[in-house]
Design a protein. Structure first.
Length: 515
């Protein structure tokens, strides 16, 4: 066979030959011990994750309830392991690759299961970060798998950085989305909040506040009746409502209990201030504190409101770093508290309902007119126990206000009114260590009665009194009306009304004395 000439045309194609496809790029062949690009990316991300863990360990408080499996997230050892594995993969060394896969798979299964009971959102984040590493570490991941793995890690890293930033600055702009994803809060703004245990009311100062779902609130604090939160500042308002049937809760005693409990729960504690609550100066107090609990510095405004049969604590707090920004909202929340109006209080155990009309005396035929329907009659044995000289004793339970009568008799004598008033005033000064602000004729009976305005301090409280002193013939009476000093202004008109309506027995008749 001769060779064709150089300029000869090519031979004709075989028309019966099968068609052929163009050849693709030859596959990239790697040595069995080579690290894939996706695995090298995973190595770099392991180092980034280790850096995040170390930064969190340095700046975030430790877990107050760690376990052997959950605590490594805040420890140094796992970060060191991640760094070693990451450097090895970046150096194209597969030596630690199996350990990396086992470690990530362990976190995906075991840690996710543990976190699911403690915090579902953290469980989801564990799935995200573990899934991102597994997508990159297993096999020879192509570009789509690398893109998904990288995106998942980016999401995890973003949330971690925002969480760290929130701790350092006190503000987290996406916290609301996170809390909603956790299922902790209602999506709608809180607005006006009505209590469960009793129908008190609170008003949220802005639409950034959300009501926590009851199951989430009870999980964190079983005493919480309502829990309202502002996620971006990690600020919270918790209401604790307590009922003590037939008893009066005193605001100072409740404030003392709040401070004592806060001290016991904290590692460090500072009482910044304590003052009457602006919107409830008579029966409310505002307690301002700073404390450190479980490594977290907290600043709080706690409002206490105490009434007959009810005690309320409105705990408003935020991390110390965010408190300055949150304080106007927290203060407005506490001051918006309104007592329930749809509950009829019961009677104290030592009191009974008033009989209709005027109340007649026991030792003498005087009459005492209750100032209003909210007053009750103390049972004789209870009245005598507190003051053996008391003949009749009225009480207004919701105000802890009292009116009682002392009836005195000097047969055959004529009681001098001014000398009688002098004797009572001397007793006030000597025995009660009180002060007399005023002494004047009683408006409704200037001839036979005098009115003293008295202040006295006991070991437990400050009291303010009206003494109605009556004398005629051989009979004298003290109508003593009093309340705590902070309450007195709100009931003084009723107390004075009862004294001015007091009627002595008829003069010089057999009815003036009971045998």
């Amino acid at each position: 066979m001769t060779n064709p000439a150089p300029d000869a045309p090519p031979p004709e194609a075989n028309a019966y030959a099968p068609p052929t496809a163009p050849l693709g790029e030859p596959p990239v062949l790697r040595a069995p011990d080579a690290v894939t690009p996706a695995q090298r990316i995973a190595g770099g991300l392991l180092i980034v994750n280790a850096a995040l863990v170390l930064i969190e360990a340095a700046f975030l408080p430790s877990d107050p309830d760690p376990t052997p499996l959950t605590s490594p997230g805040r420890s140094i050892l796992p970060a060191i392991i991640d760094i070693v594995i990451g450097i090895s993969l970046l150096s194209n060394n597969r030596k630690f690759l199996p350990w990396a896969i086992v470690r990530v798979a362990f976190g995906l299964v075991v840690l996710t299961a543990l976190l699911a009971f403690k915090d579902p959102f953290l469980a989801v984040m564990q799935v995200v970060v573990s899934g991102s590493f597994l997508l990159l570490l297993i096999g020879d991941a192509g570009k789509p798998r690398m893109a998904v793995g990288g995106a998942l890690f980016g999401l995890y890293a973003l949330i971690s950085v925002l969480g760290l930033s929130a701790t350092l600055t006190g503000t987290n702009p996406i916290a609301g989305l996170i809390w909603t994803a956790r299922g902790d809060i209602e999506t709608a703004p809180a607005g006006v909040v009505t209590g469960n245990a009793s129908h008190y009311r609170l008003r949220a100062p802005s639409d950034r506040w959300h009501l926590r779902k009851p199951e989430a609130a009870k999980k964190d604090n079983p005493l919480a009746d309502r829990w309202i939160s502002r996620p971006d500042l990690d600020a919270h308002v918790i209401v604790i409502a307590e009922k003590v049937p037939g008893m009066l809760v005193l605001p100072e005693a409740l404030a003392d209990a709040v401070i004592k409990n806060a001290k016991l729960a904290a590692t460090t504690f500072e009482l910044v201030g304590r003052a009457p609550l602006r919107t409830h100066p008579e029966n409310g107090r505002m307690v301002h504190t700073r404390s450190k609990t479980s490594g977290i510095e907290i600043e709080s405004l706690t409002g206490v409101v105490a009434t007959y049969e009810h005690g309320y604590q409105i705990l408003a707090f935020a991390p110390k770093k965010a408190f300055a920004e949150a304080e106007p909202d927290l203060r407005a929340f506490v001051e918006s508290f309104e007592l329930p109006t749809d509950e009829k209080p019961g009677l104290p155990a030592d009191a009974e309902a008033l009989p209709p009309g005027k109340l007649k005396g026991v030792a003498a035929d005087y009459t005492l007119t209750p100032p209003s329907e909210v007053w009750a009659l103390r049972k004789p044995e209870a009245a005598k126990k507190d003051n053996p000289l008391a003949d009749r004793w009225l009480v207004r339970p919701d105000k802890d206000a009292h009116i009682f009568v002392v009836a005195e008799h000097a047969p055959g004598a004529v009681v001098d009114l001014e000398k009688y008033v002098d004797a009572v005033a001397s007793s006030v000064l000597d025995r009660m260590h009180g002060t007399i602000d005023a002494r004047e004729p009683l408006r409704t009976d200037p001839k036979n009665a005098r009115l003293l305005h008295v202040r006295a301090d006991t070991e437990e409280m400050k009291l303010e009194y009206y003494y109605g002193l009556f004398a005629r013939g051989d009979r004298a009476f003290q109508v003593i009306a009093f309340a705590r000093a902070e309450v007195f202004p709100s009931v003084k008109d009723e107390l004075l009304k009862a004294i001015e309506a007091f009627e002595m027995p008829p003069e010089n008749t057999a009815a003036s004395t009971k045998r």
